[in-house]
Each structure stands twice: as structure tokens, then as C-alpha cells.
Design a protein around this ligand. Structure first.
Ligand SMILES: [Zn+2]
Length: 146
């Protein structure tokens, strides 16, 4: 079986693969192991888990994408979809909810649709959530072609 880095898709040898799985849970090349260590400071575990589930499904997702105004948890630029993974404060705090809606609005005006996913959904239904997003993306791609 050939092993590839889940982030950059380069070939990785068995030793690097084994080391990466046991230390980081995912197969990374040496360069991407460093990238991942940094990513764990900036992203929540939920954002990272969903990101890698999408990568496994060949979704061209980008983590912590800066759009010139704010950082998006997960961006899928070619589908013009932003994914924000929200903690509880996003639904319980009206100020936060209002700020979120403004962000959604400004992104939409630029042609980007925002999908907001609660932390809990990623925590308890990771695979299903990733499948659903992948379906939304492929349906979007199909519709845009015709
Ligand atoms: Zn890599």
C-alpha cells in the first residue's frame, strides 16, 4: 500500500507514516507535520477533524483561510463555500449571533455562502457531517455545470 500525506499528497515512506499516525493521528510528510503542529494552535479540534474528514473525501478544503477581512475556519474556494464551526457562545450570545450574521452577509455579497456547523455536531456526528458537506459540494458542482 502506498502512503501519501493527507495535506500535500506527496509520497511518504513507511517510517514517516507510522511516526505521523502515532503522533498526530493523520498521515503527514515531515513538512506537513510542522504545519500541523502550528495548525493545532490556531484551530479547534472540531475544525481540524472536520477539515481532515473533508480532505479524505477529496474536498479541496483550506484551513484557517484569510479572506482579507477575517479568518474562515474551513474554506472551499472553488465552490465558494465557507464553513464556520461554532461553539455554544455563538447561539447563546445575541451580540455574537449578530456579528456572525453580519459576516455571513458580507461573505454572501462577495459570492460566498457560509455554512455554520455547531461544535457538537462535529463532535458526535463527524462522518455524517463530512458526508453531508461533500454531498452539498458535489450537488453544487453538478448544478453549476448545466
Ligand atoms: Zn505533506
Amino acid at each position: 500500500m502506498q502512503n501519501n500525506c493527507i495535506e500535500c499528497n506527496c509520497y511518504i515512506g513507511f517510517d514517516v507514516y507510522t511516526y505521523s499516525i502515532s503522533n498526530f493521528n493523520y498521515p503527514f510528510c515531515r513538512t506537513c507535520q510542522k504545519w500541523f503542529q502550528k495548525a493545532t494552535y490556531n484551530s479547534t479540534p472540531e475544525a481540524l477533524n472536520l477539515y481532515f474528514e473533508l480532505r479524505k473525501r477529496n474536498v479541496p478544503a483550506e484551513l484557517e483561510k484569510w479572506d482579507g477581512f477575517k479568518t474562515i475556519d474551513i474554506a472551499i474556494v472553488e465552490a465558494k463555500i465557507n464553513i464556520e464551526i461554532d461553539g455554544m457562545q455563538h447561539s447563546f450570545n445575541p451580540q455574537q449571533a449578530r456579528a456572525d450574521l453580519m459576516r455571513t452577509y458580507y461573505s454572501f455579497m462577495k459570492g460566498y455562502y457560509t455554512i455554520r456547523i455547531p461544535n457538537q455536531l462535529v463532535r458526535f456526528h463527524l462522518e455524517e457531517t463530512a458526508d453531508m458537506i461533500t454531498d452539498i459540494l458535489s450537488e453544487g458542482a453538478r448544478k453549476n455545470k448545466y
